[in-house]
Design a protein around this ligand. Structure first.
Ligand SMILES: *Cc1c(COP(=O)(O)O)cnc(C)c1O
Length: 429
């Protein structure tokens, strides 16, 4: 297949508005966007035939690589039956099977009910609205508040972003967001009155969009205890950390601490289709078993989408059939070693890692931060393209989150590309 790259770019610049993108820079005559046209395993190909490692798993979504035969086959087979049917008043076999499977993947938890939606933000919206309606219907009309963390990221819809704590993303919309009690660490909980709090939300183990920041060991246990003591529902946002990224199926399994709501999206379909799930407990579910007025008033057109559920079932099947988590452990070891070597670069300030998720923070040699307007992180990611790696920074943190299917050699390629890019961009600063 050949592509008319020039025309595609011209039409894109004329008509398309990209997310989180300064479009003035994008439409500038000198900017040559990459037009991605194909993918195979951990590699992506552009319209000019150049190949790149998918260094951030296509924004944290892809799990087993692109074009995986099991996922492709499952989606095609479902497509030949039907693409989408309504989940309002009807059900479908894939959604039923997926819910059943999801309840089984967290043994030890009491998460037994699955609500489907479309993406990470809606998975969080579902948890927020369920918590609110649950307390309204169970005799606690004052339990309406939420607690979230500084630098948290839970999505961009207004509700989910109300919980967010990244000022660059969220502050400008403050007037239109609901009030949230924001804390910097679990210690702050000691002085909070939980009687008016319905839910507490956290990205377990590691905050992603904050720049890959890890929580102290024991954080989840403390939160679980506080929530139990104050009758607060605990919400884990595993939109990024779910599906093997941290070395286990879910981040919360490292501590064996389980929430009252678990939000899943990005990797749920292996990164093939938009689908999300919010898991919750019998206790929450039971709070909705009343008159028609106690129905959970929430839903989207594509809830329970059959193609998405087919992809998600195939995603889970690949984990088992290919013993993905077992094979991942030596890759995590290898990644850790290679990152350790990067630490020697003069411009690397800190490397943070949780399992297969890594953030490489760069700074001046004298230890001071770069001027954020210089966008050094972005320059480094741009330079890495010339060394066959695609990724996107968070400020001056280079994100490395490879699909779990990568080989040892591909890990080396990715680290080598980041190393060369850092040296090229930072060599005098
Ligand atoms: C990406 C992300 C979200 C939002 O998911 P979308 O699918 O982009 O709406 C929420 N929480 C976390 C932790 C994320 O990384």
């Amino acid at each position: 297949m050949t592509y008319d790259t020039e025309t595609l770019i011209q039409l894109d610049k004329a008509y398309v508005w990209h997310p989180f993108t300064q479009m003035r820079d994008w439409i500038a005559p000198g900017h040559q966007p990459i037009v991605l046209v194909a993918g195979n395993g951990a590699w992506l190909e552009d319209s000019l035939g150049r190949r790149y490692l998918d260094g951030n798993s296509s924004i944290w979504t892809n799990i087993h690589g692109h074009g995986h035969p099991t996922l492709n086959r499952a989606i095609r087979a479902q497509l030949d039956r039907v693409a989408h049917t309504s989940f309002l008043g009807f059900t479908n076999p894939n959604a039923v099977e997926l819910a059943t499977r999801l309840v089984g993947v967290l043994p030890g938890s009491s998460l037994t009910k699955v609500f489907f939606s479309d993406d990470g933000s809606t998975a969080i919206e579902v948890a927020i609205k369920m918590a609110v309606q649950y307390f309204l219907q169970s005799g606690h009309p004052r339990k309406m508040g939420f607690i979230s963390f500084e630098n948290a990221y839970h999505g961009d819809t207004l509700g989910a972003s109300s919980l967010g704590g990244i000022s660059l993303f969220h502050d400008r919309f403050k007037l239109h967001q609901f009030p949230v009690t924001r804390i910097g660490s679990v210690e702050s909980l000691a002085v909070i009155d939980g009687s008016e709090i319905s839910g507490l939300v956290i990205e377990p183990m590691i905050q992603g969009a904050a720049g890959m920041r890890l929580w102290p060991v024991g954080t989840l246990k403390t939160l679980r205890q506080w929530c139990d003591d104050h009758g607060v529902l605990l919400i884990f946002d595993e939109v990024m950390t779910g599906f093997g990224r941290t070395g286990k199926y879910f981040a919360c399994q490292h501590d064996e601490v389980y929430p009252d709501f678990l939000a899943l999206a990005k990797g749920l379909t292996g990164g093939y289709l938009p689908l999300a799930a919010t898991l919750t407990t019998d206790r929450v579910f039971s709070g909705f078993l009343g008159s028609s007025l106690e129905t959970f008033f929430y839903g989207h057109s594509y809830c329970g989408n059959a193609l998405g559920c087919a992809a998600a079932l195939a995603n889970l099947a690949v984990f088992e059939e290919e013993r993905v988590l077992e094979k991942l452990q030596p890759k995590i070891e290898h990644l850790a070693q290679r990152l350790h070597a990067l630490q020697g670069l003069a411009n690397v300030r800190e490397i943070r890692r949780a399992g297969f998720i890594a953030g490489i923070e760069v700074a001046r040699r004298d230890g001071h931060s770069f001027d954020s307007l210089d966008r050094v992180g972005a320059q480094i990611c741009f330079a890495a393209r010339r060394h066959s790696l695609l990724t996107r920074p968070i400020g001056d943190v280079i994100v490395l989150m490879l699909p779990l299917c990568v080989t040892f050699e591909e890990i080396d390629t990715a680290i080598g590309a980041i190393e060369m890019a850092i040296i090229e961009v930072c060599h005098r600063s």
